[in-house]
Write a protein that binds this ligand. Sequence first.
Ligand code: ATP
Length: 319
Amino acid sequence: MKNIAILCSGGDVSGMNPSLKHFVEYSLQNNLNPYFVHDGFEGLIDNKIYKASHQHVAGIINRGGTIIGSARSKRFMLKEFREVAKKNLDALNIDMLIVLGGDGSFRGMDIFYKEHGVKFCGVPSTIDNDISGTEYCLGVDTALNVIKDSIDNIRDTASSFSRAFVIETMGRECGYLALVSALTCGAELCLIPEVVYDLSEYEKRFKEQIKNGRRYFIAVVSEGIKEDSKEIALWFEEKIGVESRVTVLGHTQRGGNPTTYDRLMAYKFVNYAIDGLLNDKVNSVICYAKKGFEYKSIDEVANTKYQLDSELLKYLKRF
Ligand code: ATP
């Protein structure tokens, strides 16, 4: 039997635990011995590589974070420590690795592959949804749902007072979380790093809205915008004339019970990763893209029987 390992690197996301569970199950179904590397690339260097079994992944599908830990590793940037990592993998006869992480982790693995030939497949995992080439990264849907719940809660209190609430989301240089949340939570203002804005353009409109009875404002701003969120709150006080509060959602966005969508995506990403490694799609990252909206004729829609997604049906075989 061949040996395969998985590790989590960089920021953790909700969806990693469901991935680990399916990794163990799908590896065993494919006659592979599954191994866990604890604490990312640090664990590769420190030989924290352990055989994984069904018992290790029982009861974890509903938990955020990752039971095997994640880390950032300065040492893995150095050739001498990557050599140590390679020796540790060789001692256990592991030459296939799945990496749940961001683009930094994939760059590190690419170097490792080129130096030592350790085959890897990357699963894009970051709530920021800022990895090029894929429309979806593991953890994003759970983060969006955490943000939605927070904004809905804030709206309850906002409607009781006349106030502006400035809610800051994560995302680094990417405004995805802020934009989707603003659209789906009915915000009055959304500021993201990708789009240049001029706050003075909102003043007339917001003041008129107050005259017409608006009692509160919800502004969703991405952490990567040029101002601090407190400055946006100050703008509401000074220019719009409403008391304001700031809520920085911070790391709450990274945790929580993985949503159904993230559990399903975890399942699919891991399936593709293991299939890829077994079929020589090595040194690659699994990307997800959908075709977008299409117009179809009534004939296609009304006279064609609905078919359950064939990919989902394929997975039914496991039961
Ligand atoms: P996140 O979304 O949390 O930022 P990420 O995978 O992009 O995830 P990074 O901190 O950029 O996070 O990278 C994770 C780890 O990958 C680093 O700590 C380092 O060990 C390794 N890594 C990144 N770039 C390189 C590189 N050029 N050479 C070797 N290792 C690297």
